[in-house]
Design a binder for this molecule. Structure first.
Ligand SMILES: NC(=O)c1ccc[n+]([C@@H]2O[C@H](COP(=O)([O-])OP(=O)(O)OC[C@H]3O[C@@H](n4cnc5c(N)ncnc54)[C@H](O)[C@@H]3O)[C@@H](O)[C@H]2O)c1
Length: 365
């Protein structure tokens, strides 16, 4: 008699569930309701109750060890509001002065001689970093870098950034692991800390049919775009671990790590960028217990020397690439200033192992 037994069982189970639900709602109406069993509380009593309740719920959040430490500079956001007494002086916003601030932070940026690396290095300076070290191939920095250096110095001496405005240049090849570790250590020895890293050095080669792709060329792209990114992240990460303050590492990948650029034969580049996205996830999982966050940042088409090699010699590509995102245009390097500051600062303390796409919506189509 399987059928009736089964339905009797279902009925009994249903009754049990109903009873447990009724019990729970009765309990919650007496124990948990803001008014409880008091009828028609005075508006003052209700106000006081709501305010205490809000404070105790904020305290509960603070007391939960799983939410991580509260910022060292005191409560922010709603917690700041709850802690604000009626007679306290007018509060100051903390979002830019604290969460997004890189005051006293030390950063290493590879590929920082020009393009996206340099733009992001200057953004970190403007966010108050004490110093940003740019590592790149040329023996002497470019005129563009020099101009950014002088500008940073002026900003620093004006006192408007809260930082020193120091942009430093180091010649180095990211594919040389021993050299990159040495550079990281020298920075650590000198500055006594390492807080942020942007691994932006990368190369893009000409279109080559994937079935004909020469081994040497493929190895070269992987060496710079994958090995070089790892060695840069290691150089900074080893110092972050050494000083124990944690840190944030941003690996510059590309939208090409998760889509294939239409009509471009870029198998080496696309493969390398996919590897960078996975490298960020993998490192993030290993390094989270050491308070080091790792994310990848994936730009869409942005006009720099890297893309100019294509765009300037094939002018029709400007319209074609622009039409491939809903915004109908290429990006500017300065449109990454906000996201890199967010990722390297305390404004993103719960963000790790993510790939942040900034592509004008290229993926949305
Ligand atoms: N421009 C774009 O549209 C775009 C889009 C997505 C991702 N990206 C990525 O952003 C990063 C920066 O690109 P960009 O557009 O500024 O290009 P860029 O060519 O202007 O800058 C790259 C920098 O990396 C340096 N570099 C190359 N090989 C190096 C090595 N072995 N050691 C040290 N430095 C080295 C170069 O000298 C150069 O200064 C790259 O990783 C690139 O793949 C660019």
């Amino acid at each position: 008699m399987e059928g009736p037994l089964e339905s009797q069982y279902q009925i009994a189970l249903g009754r049990l569930l109903n009873m447990s639900y009724a019990l729970r709602s009765r309990l919650s109406s007496t124990l948990l309701s803001p008014i409880g069993r008091h009828s028609a509380p005075s508006s003052l009593r209700l106000q006081r109750y709501v305010s205490n309740k809000a404070k105790s719920s904020a305290l509960n959040v603070e007391n939960q060890p799983k939410t991580g430490q509260q910022p060292p500079y005191g409560p922010i956001g709603v917690n700041a509001a709850l802690n604000c007494k009626p007679n306290d002086p007018t509060p100051s916003p903390t979002i830019f002065s604290h969460e997004f601030s890189l005051a006293d932070r030390v950063a290493l940026v590879s590929g920082g001689n020009r393009g996206l690396g340099l733009e992001m290095a200057l953004a970190l300076i403007e966010a108050g970093a004490r110093v940003v070290y740019c590592v790149d191939l040329p023996k002497d920095p470019s005129a563009e870098w020099q101009a950014a250096h002088d500008y940073a110095k002026k900003l620093g001496s004006s006192g408007k950034t809260g930082g020193e405005g120091r942009l430093e240049y180091i010649t180095g090849d990211v594919t040389d692991q021993a050299l990159m570790w040495k550079i990281g250590k020298q920075i650590g020895d000198k500055e006594g800390r390492m807080d942020a890293c942007v691994a932006a050095a990368g190369i893009l080669r000409s279109n080559i049919d994937c079935l004909e792709y020469p081994a040497e060329e493929f190895r070269k792209v992987i060496d710079v775009n994958v090995n070089g990114v790892l060695f840069t992240a290691q150089a900074a990460g080893r110092q972050m671990e050494r000083f124990g303050n944690g840190g944030s590492i941003v690996l510059i990948a590309s939208m090409s790590g998760s889509i294939t650029n239409k009509d471009q034969a870029w198998v080496s580049y696309n493969t390398s960028k996919s590897a960078v996205i996975q490298m960020a996830r993998s490192m993030a999982c290993e390094l989270a217990p050491r308070k080091i966050r790792v994310n990848s940042l994936s730009p869409g088409y942005i006009y720099t020397s890297l893309t100019a090699a294509y765009l300037d010699s094939q002018p029709h590509l400007l319209e074609k690439w622009s039409s491939q995102n809903p915004m109908g245009r290429l990006g500017r390097p300065d449109e990454l200033r906000g996201v890199v500051t967010w990722l390297t600062s305390d404004a993103s303390t719960f963000c790790t192992g993510s790939d942040v796409l900034v592509s004008g919506g290229h993926h949305s189509w």
